[in-house]
Ligand binder design. Structure first.
Ligand code: ADP
Ligand code: MG
Length: 561
C-alpha cells in the first residue's frame, strides 16, 4: 500500500498538547516510556512464542538497543519484540479509543498541576516522545510477518503510514530532537536516565561501549555494545539489593502510573506453591476503578516469562486497585485465562497474595496512619465490598474499615470499629449505625436523637456500598451491629429509674392513642409502638430487624428492582 496520511483523533491532539505542557519539567521520562513499551513488546513475543517458536525467527535473544547520532540530532530506540502490523499501528498509536478516554477528558480541570496527575493515571506512554522530538519515525515489523510499515508524525494533527522493508522483526523508533534538546545527545546523560528509570527492566538495554584510553591517554574507540542496566527482573533480586527508588520506578513501569506507590510488599513464598509476589498499593485511584473494562491489574509471570495481565482472577474485586507481579515457579507455561479460572494452584497463590495485601494495609494502618488515611480516601469504598466478597478474611477487612460517626465532626471517615468499641458506654453491647443517602441525611436523622442525648456514638453510613456492607458484616469482635432505624431498640440499660417509670407510665397513658393510630393506618403499617428513641420529633418510621432498610429499598427502586 502506498503512503497515506491519516488524522489523529481529536483526543490524541488534546492529549499531546496537554502532555507537552504539563510535563515539560520532567522531559527525560520519554525514554522510560519508550523503553517500557519495548520491554512489554518483548514480553508479548516471548509469550506468543510459547505456542509458536517460529516467531523468534531464529533470534531468541530479546534486547533493546539505544543509540544517538549527534550530527543527525536523533535518538533511536529499537527492540526485537513482537512488532506491529499496519492495523495495529493505527489502532495503538494513531487513536486512543481506549475505554475510559472520554471519562479521562471529562475529568480535566484546566489546572495544570491537577491535570498532570490525571495524565499520569492515564499512562503517559508513546506520545511522550513528542516532549523532546518534533518528528518521530517508527518502523515496525510484526514477528512472523513479511510486511513492515513506517509511521511518521510531527505530533500535530496527523501522521503518515507507508509500507517499507525491515529485515529484523520488532520496532525501531527514531526521535528527531527539537531545537534546544541537545542535552540528550550524550552518552552519560542517556546512561544516567536508563539507570534511574529503567534499571529494573529484565532485558538488556544495550548501548555502544565507551571509548577506552591507552597509557598515553589516546582514545581507543569502544568495540561493540554493552548492557547499561542490570538486566534481571527486579522481583528476582534480594530485597536488600533493591533501593526504594528502584521499587518505585518498577511500580511506574508495571502499573503505568506516573505517581509513586503508597506501599509495597515483596516476598518469595515457598510451600505448596512456590512463587514471588511484588505487589503495590497506588496512591491514587485510577480513573477506571469502576469500569468493567479496566486496563490494568496484576501481571502473572511463570518462571520469569510474562503470561498475562489480569484484573479479576489473581486479585479479588475488592482489591482491584492492587498492581504488581506474581511470578510462579509451578504453574504450567501454557496457563490461559480459562485455566486460571479453575486452577486450585491459582487459588492458593491468590489466597496467599490477598493475605499479603491485607497485611500490608494493616501495617499502613498501624504504623503510617496519615498514609492510611490517603489510602482510605481513595480506595475505602472498594475495600468495603470485601466484607461481602471474602468470607475467609471478613474480620481482617472489618478491622481495616473507617466510618464517619456522631463522635467526629463532618463527613470524614476516620472511626474504626475498634475505636468505636473503645468508646462504648457501660452496658452497651451493640455497635449502632444508621444508613442514608447522604452524610447530611444520616447525621440529621431523628433516629439519632435519643443516642445523642445519652451520649451513645452512632456510625453514619452514607456510601452506596454501605447497605451491602452491613448486610454482610453483622458483628465485629463479638458485638452485633445494629441499625438505629430497625426493630425494637432496647436502650433500657441506659435509662435511670425515673426514666423507666416515666416510660411505663407513658406506654400506659398512650395505649388508646396507639390503638387509634393503628386503626387509622390499617394495612399500611405492621405495628405502632410507643418509643423512647425520639426526644424532639413526634414520630418516626422504623422497619423490622430483618426487613429491608428504608435506604436499601430506595436504592433498589432507583436500580429498577
Ligand atoms: P501503554 O504502554 O500504556 O499501552 P503506550 O502509549 O505506551 O500505552 O503504548 C500504546 C500501545 O502501542 C501499546 O499498548 C502497544 O500496543 C503499542 N506499542 C508501543 N510501543 C511498542 C513497541 N515498541 N512494540 C510494539 N508495540 C508497541
Ligand atoms: Mg507504555
Amino acid at each position: 500500500m502506498s503512503k497515506e496520511t491519516l488524522g489523529f483523533q481529536t483526543e490524541v491532539k488534546q492529549l499531546l498538547h496537554l502532555m507537552i505542557h504539563a510535563l515539560y519539567s520532567n522531559k527525560e521520562i520519554f525514554l522510560r516510556e519508550l523503553i517500557s513499551n519495548a520491554s512489554d513488546a518483548c514480553d508479548k513475543l516471548r509469550f506468543e512464542a510459547l505456542d509458536n517458536g517460529a516467531l523468534f525467527e531464529g533470534d531468541g535473544e530479546l534486547k533493546i538497543q539505544l543509540s544517538f547520532d549527534k550530527d543527525a540530532r536523533t535518538i533511536t530506540i529499537a527492540d526485537n519484540g513482537i512488532g506491529m502490523r499496519r492495523d495495529e499501528v493505527i489502532a495503538n498509536i494513531g487513536t486512543i479509543a481506549r475505554s475510559g478516554t472520554k471519562e479521562f477528558f471529562s475529568q480535566l480541570t484546566g489546572d495544570s498541576a491537577k491535570d498532570s496527575h490525571l495524565i499520569g493515571q492515564f499512562g503517559v506512554g508513546f506520545y511522550s516522545a513528542f516532549i523532546v522530538a518534533d518528528k518521530v519515525t517508527l518502523t515496525t515489523r510484526r514477528a512472523g510477518q513479511t510486511d513492515a510499515v513506517r509511521w511518521e508524525s510531527a505530533g500535530d494533527g496527523e501522521f503518515t503510514i507507508e509500507d517499507v522493508e525491515k529485515p529484523g522483526r520488532g520496532t525501531e523508533i527514531v526521535l528527531h530532537l527539537k531545537e534546544g534538546e541537545d542535552e540528550f545527545l550524550n552518552d552519560w546523560r542517556l546512561r544516567a536516565i536508563v539507570t534511574k528509570y529503567s534499571d529494573h527492566i529484565s532485558l538488556p538495554i544495550l548501548m555502544k561501549k565507551r571509548p577506552e584510553y591507552d597509557d598515553e591517554g589516546k582514545e581507543i574507540p569502544g568495540d561493540g555494545v554493552e548492557a547499561v542496566n542490570q538486566a534481571n527482573a527486579l522481583w528476582t533480586r534480594n530485597k536488600s539489593d533493591i533501593s526504594d527508588e528502584q521499587y518505585q520506578e518498577f511500580y511506574k513501569h508495571v502499573a503505568h502510573d506516573f505517581d509513586e506507590p503508597l506501599a509495597w510488599s515483596h516476598a518469595r513464598i515457598e510451600g505448596r506453591q512456590e512463587y514471588t509476589e511484588l505487589l503495590y498499593i497506588p496512591k491514587r485511584a485510577p480513573f477506571d476503578l469502576y469500569d468493567r473494562d479496566r486496563r490494568h491489574g496484576v501481571k502473572l509471570y511463570v518462571k520469569r516469562v510474562f503470561i498475562l495481565e489480569d484484573h479479576d482472577k489473581l486479585m479479588p474485586q475488592y482489591l482491584r486497585f492492587v498492581r504488581g507481579v506474581i511470578d510462579s515457579n509451578d504453574l504450567p507455561l501454557n496457563v490461559s485465562r480459562e485455566i486460571l479460572q479453575q486452577s486450585k494452584d491459582v487459588d492458593t497463590i491468590r489466597a496467599g497474595c490477598v493475605k499479603k495485601v491485607l497485611g500490608l494495609l494493616e501495617d499502613l494502618r498501624d504504623n503510617r496512619p496519615d498514609d492510611y488515611a490517603v489510602f482510605w480516601q481513595e480506595f475505602g469504598k472498594v475495600l468495603k465490598e470485601g466484607t461481602g466478597e471474602d468470607f475467609a478474611n471478613k474480620d481482617r477487612i472489618a478491622g481495616l474499615l473507617r466510618f464517619a460517626s456522631t463522635h467526629g465532626e463532618g463527613d470524614a471517615q476516620q472511626v474504626s470499629l475498634a475505636d468505636y468499641i473503645g468508646r462504648m458506654k457501660d452496658g452497651q453491647d451493640r455497635i449502632y449505625y444508621i444508613t442514608a443517602d447522604s452524610h447530611a441525611a444520616a447525621s440529621h436523622s431523628p433516629h439519632l436523637e435519643v443516642f445523642r442525648k445519652k451520649g451513645i456514638e452512632v456510625l453514619l453510613l452514607s456510601d452506596r456500598v454501605d447497605e451491602w456492607l452491613v448486610s454482610s458484616l453483622t458483628e465485629f469482635d463479638g458485638r452485633k451491629l445494629q441499625s438505629v432505624a430497625k426493630g425494637e431498640l432496647d436502650l433500657s440499660a441506659f435509662a435511670d429509674e425515673a426514666e423507666k417509670q416515666q416510660q411505663e407510665a407513658a406506654a400506659e397513658a398512650l395505649k388508646d392513642v396507639v390503638t387509634a393510630i393503628k386503626d387509622a393506618l390499617g394495612e399500611q403499617v405492621k405495628d405502632v409502638r410507643v418509643t423512647t428513641r425520639l426526644t424532639d420529633s413526634p414520630a418516626c418510621l422504623v422497619v423490622e430487624n430483618f426487613d429491608m432498610s428504608g435506604n436499601l429499598e430506595r436504592l433498589l427502586k432507583s436500580a429498577g428492582q
